[in-house]
Design a protein around this ligand. Structure first.
Ligand SMILES: NC(=O)c1ccc[n+]([C@@H]2O[C@H](COP(=O)([O-])OP(=O)(O)OC[C@H]3O[C@@H](n4cnc5c(N)ncnc54)[C@H](OP(=O)(O)O)[C@@H]3O)[C@@H](O)[C@H]2O)c1
Length: 324
Protein backbone atom coordinates (compact mmCIF):
# COMPACT_ATOMS: atom_id res chain seq x y z
CA UNK A 1 0.00 0.00 0.00
CA UNK A 2 1.09 3.57 -0.54
CA UNK A 3 -0.53 6.92 0.19
CA UNK A 4 -2.07 9.70 -1.87
CA UNK A 5 -4.01 12.94 -1.50
CA UNK A 6 -7.53 12.26 -2.79
CA UNK A 7 -10.88 14.02 -2.91
CA UNK A 8 -14.32 12.41 -2.65
CA UNK A 9 -16.14 15.67 -3.37
CA UNK A 10 -15.20 19.10 -4.70
CA UNK A 11 -14.83 22.01 -2.26
CA UNK A 12 -12.32 23.88 -0.10
CA UNK A 13 -8.87 22.62 0.96
CA UNK A 14 -10.55 20.52 3.69
CA UNK A 15 -11.75 18.00 1.06
CA UNK A 16 -8.13 16.92 0.44
CA UNK A 17 -7.52 13.70 2.33
CA UNK A 18 -4.35 11.64 2.86
CA UNK A 19 -5.35 8.03 2.21
CA UNK A 20 -3.98 4.58 1.48
CA UNK A 21 -4.36 3.58 -2.16
CA UNK A 22 -3.71 0.41 -4.12
CA UNK A 23 -1.37 1.04 -7.08
CA UNK A 24 -1.39 -2.29 -8.93
CA UNK A 25 0.87 -3.48 -11.72
CA UNK A 26 1.62 -1.48 -14.88
CA UNK A 27 -0.30 -2.44 -18.04
CA UNK A 28 1.26 -2.46 -21.52
CA UNK A 29 2.74 0.98 -22.28
CA UNK A 30 2.74 1.93 -18.58
CA UNK A 31 5.31 2.12 -15.81
CA UNK A 32 5.01 2.29 -12.07
CA UNK A 33 6.95 5.22 -10.62
CA UNK A 34 7.83 6.41 -7.13
CA UNK A 35 7.54 10.16 -6.77
CA UNK A 36 10.46 12.01 -5.20
CA UNK A 37 8.92 15.46 -5.80
CA UNK A 38 5.48 16.68 -6.85
CA UNK A 39 4.62 20.06 -8.40
CA UNK A 40 1.88 22.28 -6.96
CA UNK A 41 -0.10 24.29 -9.51
CA UNK A 42 -3.10 26.59 -9.56
CA UNK A 43 -4.90 24.15 -11.87
CA UNK A 44 -5.01 21.77 -8.87
CA UNK A 45 -7.14 24.36 -7.06
CA UNK A 46 -9.52 24.71 -10.03
CA UNK A 47 -9.93 20.92 -10.09
CA UNK A 48 -10.46 20.73 -6.32
CA UNK A 49 -13.15 23.44 -6.38
CA UNK A 50 -14.92 21.99 -9.42
CA UNK A 51 -14.17 24.95 -11.74
CA UNK A 52 -12.40 22.47 -14.05
CA UNK A 53 -14.20 19.12 -14.43
CA UNK A 54 -12.61 15.86 -13.24
CA UNK A 55 -13.05 12.47 -14.93
CA UNK A 56 -14.73 11.11 -11.77
CA UNK A 57 -14.67 10.86 -7.98
CA UNK A 58 -12.93 9.83 -5.79
CA UNK A 59 -9.84 11.23 -7.49
CA UNK A 60 -6.14 11.62 -6.76
CA UNK A 61 -5.33 15.23 -7.70
CA UNK A 62 -2.06 16.73 -8.94
CA UNK A 63 -0.85 17.26 -12.51
CA UNK A 64 2.94 17.21 -12.29
CA UNK A 65 5.66 15.08 -10.75
CA UNK A 66 9.16 13.68 -10.87
CA UNK A 67 10.64 10.44 -9.60
CA UNK A 68 12.04 7.07 -10.48
CA UNK A 69 10.62 4.12 -12.43
CA UNK A 70 10.27 1.02 -10.24
CA UNK A 71 8.40 -1.43 -12.54
CA UNK A 72 7.63 -1.55 -16.25
CA UNK A 73 4.81 -3.12 -18.25
CA UNK A 74 5.22 -4.50 -21.78
CA UNK A 75 6.05 -2.18 -24.67
CA UNK A 76 7.63 0.62 -22.67
CA UNK A 77 10.25 1.45 -25.31
CA UNK A 78 13.51 2.71 -23.88
CA UNK A 79 12.15 3.30 -20.35
CA UNK A 80 13.68 1.02 -17.68
CA UNK A 81 13.54 0.59 -13.90
CA UNK A 82 15.83 3.15 -12.27
CA UNK A 83 15.23 5.89 -14.88
CA UNK A 84 14.61 9.36 -13.46
CA UNK A 85 11.49 10.74 -15.15
CA UNK A 86 9.11 13.70 -14.99
CA UNK A 87 5.77 14.75 -16.48
CA UNK A 88 3.08 17.42 -16.50
CA UNK A 89 -0.65 17.49 -17.29
CA UNK A 90 -1.38 13.95 -16.13
CA UNK A 91 -3.80 13.66 -13.23
CA UNK A 92 -2.68 11.69 -10.15
CA UNK A 93 0.63 13.18 -9.02
CA UNK A 94 -0.39 13.86 -5.40
CA UNK A 95 0.80 10.36 -4.54
CA UNK A 96 3.80 8.45 -3.26
CA UNK A 97 3.56 6.08 -6.24
CA UNK A 98 1.49 5.86 -9.40
CA UNK A 99 1.05 4.14 -12.76
CA UNK A 100 1.61 6.33 -15.82
CA UNK A 101 1.76 5.86 -19.62
CA UNK A 102 5.27 6.24 -21.02
CA UNK A 103 4.04 8.58 -23.76
CA UNK A 104 3.48 11.20 -21.02
CA UNK A 105 7.00 10.84 -19.54
CA UNK A 106 10.34 12.46 -20.29
CA UNK A 107 13.72 11.51 -18.87
CA UNK A 108 15.27 14.11 -16.56
CA UNK A 109 18.76 15.26 -17.62
CA UNK A 110 21.54 14.52 -15.12
CA UNK A 111 22.17 18.19 -14.39
CA UNK A 112 18.57 18.83 -13.27
CA UNK A 113 17.41 17.72 -9.81
CA UNK A 114 14.10 15.94 -9.21
CA UNK A 115 12.78 18.92 -7.21
CA UNK A 116 13.65 21.34 -10.01
CA UNK A 117 11.99 19.05 -12.57
CA UNK A 118 8.82 18.82 -10.47
CA UNK A 119 8.85 22.59 -10.01
CA UNK A 120 9.21 23.48 -13.66
CA UNK A 121 7.61 20.96 -16.02
CA UNK A 122 4.11 22.42 -16.03
CA UNK A 123 4.93 26.07 -15.39
CA UNK A 124 8.03 26.07 -17.63
CA UNK A 125 6.39 24.39 -20.62
CA UNK A 126 3.51 26.86 -20.18
CA UNK A 127 5.93 29.80 -20.28
CA UNK A 128 7.45 28.32 -23.42
CA UNK A 129 4.23 28.01 -25.43
CA UNK A 130 3.05 31.44 -24.24
CA UNK A 131 6.26 33.07 -25.51
CA UNK A 132 6.74 30.99 -28.65
CA UNK A 133 3.22 30.07 -29.82
CA UNK A 134 0.47 32.16 -28.23
CA UNK A 135 2.22 35.43 -29.00
CA UNK A 136 5.73 34.84 -30.38
CA UNK A 137 7.84 37.46 -28.61
CA UNK A 138 10.32 39.43 -30.72
CA UNK A 139 13.27 41.53 -29.53
CA UNK A 140 12.03 44.98 -28.59
CA UNK A 141 8.45 43.93 -27.80
CA UNK A 142 7.04 45.40 -24.60
CA UNK A 143 5.15 42.67 -22.78
CA UNK A 144 2.87 42.77 -19.74
CA UNK A 145 2.90 39.83 -17.30
CA UNK A 146 0.33 39.39 -14.51
CA UNK A 147 1.37 37.59 -11.29
CA UNK A 148 4.99 38.14 -12.33
CA UNK A 149 6.42 36.74 -9.06
CA UNK A 150 4.40 33.50 -9.26
CA UNK A 151 5.44 30.09 -10.56
CA UNK A 152 4.70 30.70 -14.23
CA UNK A 153 5.50 34.40 -13.83
CA UNK A 154 9.14 34.15 -12.73
CA UNK A 155 9.96 31.66 -15.50
CA UNK A 156 8.07 33.65 -18.14
CA UNK A 157 9.75 36.96 -17.24
CA UNK A 158 13.29 35.51 -17.33
CA UNK A 159 12.65 33.70 -20.63
CA UNK A 160 11.05 36.80 -22.20
CA UNK A 161 14.05 38.90 -21.17
CA UNK A 162 16.36 36.33 -22.79
CA UNK A 163 14.29 36.68 -26.00
CA UNK A 164 14.91 40.43 -25.95
CA UNK A 165 11.59 41.73 -24.64
CA UNK A 166 11.01 44.72 -22.39
CA UNK A 167 9.12 43.17 -19.49
CA UNK A 168 6.50 44.89 -17.33
CA UNK A 169 5.40 42.68 -14.43
CA UNK A 170 2.36 43.15 -12.17
CA UNK A 171 2.66 41.93 -8.57
CA UNK A 172 0.71 42.10 -5.32
CA UNK A 173 3.37 43.30 -2.85
CA UNK A 174 6.68 45.14 -2.50
CA UNK A 175 8.60 41.94 -1.69
CA UNK A 176 7.16 40.29 -4.82
CA UNK A 177 8.21 43.39 -6.80
CA UNK A 178 11.80 42.91 -5.63
CA UNK A 179 11.72 39.25 -6.69
CA UNK A 180 10.19 40.03 -10.09
CA UNK A 181 12.88 42.65 -10.76
CA UNK A 182 15.60 40.14 -9.91
CA UNK A 183 14.05 37.72 -12.42
CA UNK A 184 13.66 39.58 -15.69
CA UNK A 185 11.22 42.43 -15.08
CA UNK A 186 12.35 45.87 -16.27
CA UNK A 187 9.36 47.57 -14.65
CA UNK A 188 7.02 46.44 -11.91
CA UNK A 189 3.45 47.60 -11.28
CA UNK A 190 1.92 47.10 -7.83
CA UNK A 191 -1.56 46.35 -9.15
CA UNK A 192 -3.33 46.56 -5.81
CA UNK A 193 -2.52 50.27 -5.62
CA UNK A 194 -1.50 51.44 -9.11
CA UNK A 195 -3.59 51.70 -12.30
CA UNK A 196 -2.17 49.11 -14.69
CA UNK A 197 -3.18 50.70 -18.00
CA UNK A 198 -2.03 54.18 -16.91
CA UNK A 199 1.38 52.84 -15.83
CA UNK A 200 1.81 50.86 -19.07
CA UNK A 201 0.88 54.01 -21.00
CA UNK A 202 3.56 56.00 -19.13
CA UNK A 203 6.23 53.32 -19.69
CA UNK A 204 5.47 52.91 -23.41
CA UNK A 205 4.98 56.61 -24.24
CA UNK A 206 1.27 56.04 -24.90
CA UNK A 207 1.75 53.16 -27.37
CA UNK A 208 0.76 50.21 -25.14
CA UNK A 209 2.10 46.69 -24.77
CA UNK A 210 2.33 44.15 -27.60
CA UNK A 211 0.84 41.43 -25.44
CA UNK A 212 -0.63 40.87 -21.99
CA UNK A 213 -0.05 37.41 -20.53
CA UNK A 214 -2.92 37.40 -18.06
CA UNK A 215 -3.37 34.53 -15.59
CA UNK A 216 -5.57 36.52 -13.19
CA UNK A 217 -8.68 36.39 -15.38
CA UNK A 218 -11.80 38.24 -14.32
CA UNK A 219 -10.22 40.97 -12.14
CA UNK A 220 -7.64 42.11 -14.74
CA UNK A 221 -9.45 41.56 -18.07
CA UNK A 222 -10.32 45.21 -18.54
CA UNK A 223 -6.86 46.43 -17.49
CA UNK A 224 -5.17 43.98 -19.85
CA UNK A 225 -7.24 45.11 -22.84
CA UNK A 226 -6.69 48.79 -21.97
CA UNK A 227 -2.91 48.25 -21.76
CA UNK A 228 -2.49 46.89 -25.31
CA UNK A 229 -1.29 48.74 -28.38
CA UNK A 230 -3.56 48.67 -31.48
CA UNK A 231 -3.61 45.08 -32.87
CA UNK A 232 -2.07 43.83 -29.59
CA UNK A 233 -2.81 40.42 -28.10
CA UNK A 234 -4.39 39.34 -24.84
CA UNK A 235 -3.41 35.81 -23.86
CA UNK A 236 -5.85 34.96 -21.08
CA UNK A 237 -4.42 31.75 -19.63
CA UNK A 238 -5.76 31.52 -16.08
CA UNK A 239 -8.51 32.32 -13.59
CA UNK A 240 -6.80 33.10 -10.27
CA UNK A 241 -9.47 35.76 -9.53
CA UNK A 242 -12.29 33.94 -11.36
CA UNK A 243 -12.98 33.00 -14.99
CA UNK A 244 -13.69 35.45 -17.80
CA UNK A 245 -17.21 34.58 -18.93
CA UNK A 246 -18.63 37.68 -20.62
CA UNK A 247 -16.29 39.24 -23.17
CA UNK A 248 -18.17 41.18 -25.87
CA UNK A 249 -16.18 40.77 -29.12
CA UNK A 250 -17.15 44.29 -30.18
CA UNK A 251 -14.92 45.60 -27.39
CA UNK A 252 -11.91 44.21 -29.26
CA UNK A 253 -12.67 46.46 -32.25
CA UNK A 254 -13.32 49.51 -30.09
CA UNK A 255 -10.03 49.11 -28.23
CA UNK A 256 -7.90 48.76 -31.38
CA UNK A 257 -8.52 45.55 -33.38
CA UNK A 258 -7.20 43.35 -30.58
CA UNK A 259 -6.54 39.59 -30.59
CA UNK A 260 -7.49 37.26 -27.73
CA UNK A 261 -6.42 33.67 -27.06
CA UNK A 262 -7.56 31.37 -24.22
CA UNK A 263 -4.99 28.55 -24.38
CA UNK A 264 -4.13 25.46 -22.33
CA UNK A 265 -0.81 23.62 -22.09
CA UNK A 266 -2.62 20.36 -22.91
CA UNK A 267 -2.95 21.44 -26.58
CA UNK A 268 0.78 22.11 -26.88
CA UNK A 269 1.97 18.79 -25.43
CA UNK A 270 -0.81 16.64 -26.89
CA UNK A 271 1.55 14.25 -28.72
CA UNK A 272 4.76 12.58 -27.62
CA UNK A 273 6.92 14.54 -30.17
CA UNK A 274 5.37 17.87 -29.08
CA UNK A 275 5.91 17.01 -25.40
CA UNK A 276 9.54 16.00 -25.95
CA UNK A 277 10.28 19.13 -28.01
CA UNK A 278 8.71 21.36 -25.38
CA UNK A 279 10.54 19.62 -22.52
CA UNK A 280 13.89 19.66 -24.38
CA UNK A 281 13.57 23.39 -24.98
CA UNK A 282 12.84 23.93 -21.28
CA UNK A 283 15.69 21.69 -20.12
CA UNK A 284 18.03 23.55 -22.46
CA UNK A 285 17.15 27.06 -21.24
CA UNK A 286 17.52 25.92 -17.62
CA UNK A 287 20.77 24.00 -18.19
CA UNK A 288 22.35 27.00 -19.92
CA UNK A 289 21.45 29.15 -16.90
CA UNK A 290 19.29 31.61 -18.86
CA UNK A 291 16.26 30.68 -16.74
CA UNK A 292 16.55 29.90 -13.04
CA UNK A 293 13.82 27.85 -11.37
CA UNK A 294 12.88 29.52 -8.08
CA UNK A 295 11.43 27.07 -5.58
CA UNK A 296 9.85 29.51 -3.15
CA UNK A 297 8.53 26.91 -0.72
CA UNK A 298 8.27 23.15 -0.14
CA UNK A 299 5.69 21.20 1.89
CA UNK A 300 5.27 17.57 2.92
CA UNK A 301 2.86 15.93 0.44
CA UNK A 302 0.63 15.01 3.38
CA UNK A 303 0.19 18.78 4.02
CA UNK A 304 -1.07 19.63 0.53
CA UNK A 305 -4.19 21.31 1.99
CA UNK A 306 -1.96 23.90 3.69
CA UNK A 307 0.07 24.35 0.50
CA UNK A 308 -3.06 24.93 -1.61
CA UNK A 309 -4.44 27.38 0.96
CA UNK A 310 -1.23 29.43 0.85
CA UNK A 311 -1.29 29.42 -2.98
CA UNK A 312 -4.89 30.68 -2.97
CA UNK A 313 -4.07 33.28 -0.29
CA UNK A 314 -1.30 34.75 -2.53
CA UNK A 315 1.32 33.87 0.09
CA UNK A 316 3.62 31.86 -2.21
CA UNK A 317 6.31 33.05 -4.60
CA UNK A 318 7.85 31.18 -7.52
CA UNK A 319 7.20 27.44 -7.70
CA UNK A 320 6.00 25.19 -4.86
CA UNK A 321 7.07 21.57 -4.43
CA UNK A 322 5.38 18.82 -2.37
CA UNK A 323 7.70 16.19 -0.93
CA UNK A 324 6.30 12.63 -0.57
N1 LIG B 1 -3.57 27.75 -19.41
C1 LIG B 1 -2.48 27.11 -19.08
O1 LIG B 1 -1.92 26.35 -19.88
C2 LIG B 1 -1.88 27.30 -17.72
C3 LIG B 1 -0.80 26.53 -17.30
C4 LIG B 1 -0.22 26.80 -16.06
C5 LIG B 1 -0.74 27.80 -15.26
N2 LIG B 1 -1.82 28.51 -15.70
C6 LIG B 1 -2.38 29.59 -14.89
O2 LIG B 1 -1.36 30.50 -14.57
C7 LIG B 1 -1.62 31.08 -13.31
C8 LIG B 1 -0.38 30.98 -12.47
O3 LIG B 1 -0.25 29.64 -12.02
P1 LIG B 1 0.83 29.28 -10.93
O4 LIG B 1 0.58 27.86 -10.58
O5 LIG B 1 2.17 29.71 -11.42
O6 LIG B 1 0.35 30.20 -9.70
P2 LIG B 1 1.09 31.49 -9.09
O7 LIG B 1 1.21 32.53 -10.15
O8 LIG B 1 2.32 31.05 -8.40
O9 LIG B 1 0.06 31.94 -7.98
C9 LIG B 1 -1.03 32.73 -8.30
C10 LIG B 1 -0.72 34.22 -8.11
O10 LIG B 1 -1.77 34.97 -8.75
C11 LIG B 1 -1.86 36.21 -8.13
N3 LIG B 1 -3.28 36.52 -7.87
C12 LIG B 1 -3.90 37.65 -8.26
N4 LIG B 1 -5.18 37.64 -7.88
C13 LIG B 1 -5.37 36.50 -7.21
C14 LIG B 1 -6.50 35.94 -6.55
N5 LIG B 1 -7.69 36.57 -6.53
N6 LIG B 1 -6.36 34.75 -5.92
C15 LIG B 1 -5.18 34.11 -5.95
N7 LIG B 1 -4.08 34.59 -6.58
C16 LIG B 1 -4.17 35.78 -7.20
C17 LIG B 1 -1.05 36.15 -6.83
O11 LIG B 1 0.13 36.90 -7.03
P3 LIG B 1 0.18 38.47 -6.58
O12 LIG B 1 0.07 38.46 -5.08
O13 LIG B 1 1.47 38.97 -7.09
O14 LIG B 1 -1.01 39.11 -7.23
C18 LIG B 1 -0.73 34.68 -6.67
O15 LIG B 1 0.48 34.48 -5.99
C19 LIG B 1 -2.86 30.40 -12.76
O16 LIG B 1 -3.99 31.19 -13.04
C20 LIG B 1 -2.91 29.12 -13.55
O17 LIG B 1 -4.17 28.61 -13.67
C21 LIG B 1 -2.40 28.27 -16.90
Amino acid sequence: MSKAIRIHQTGGPEVLSWEEVDIGDPLAGQVRMRHTAVGLNFIDVYQRTGLYPLPGLPQTLGMEGAGVITHIGEDTGDFSPGDRVAYAMDLGSYSEERLIATDRLVKIPETISDQTAAAMMLQGMTARYLLKNSYPVRPGDTILVMAAAGGVGLILCQWAKFLGARVIGCVGSASKAYLAKANGCDYVILYKEENIAEKVGEITGGEGASVSYDSIGKATLEASLDSLRPTGTLVSFGNASGPVTDLNLGVLAAKGSLYVQRPTLASYVRTRPLLQQCADDLFNIVETGMVNINIGQTYPLAETARAQQELEDRKTTGSSVLIP
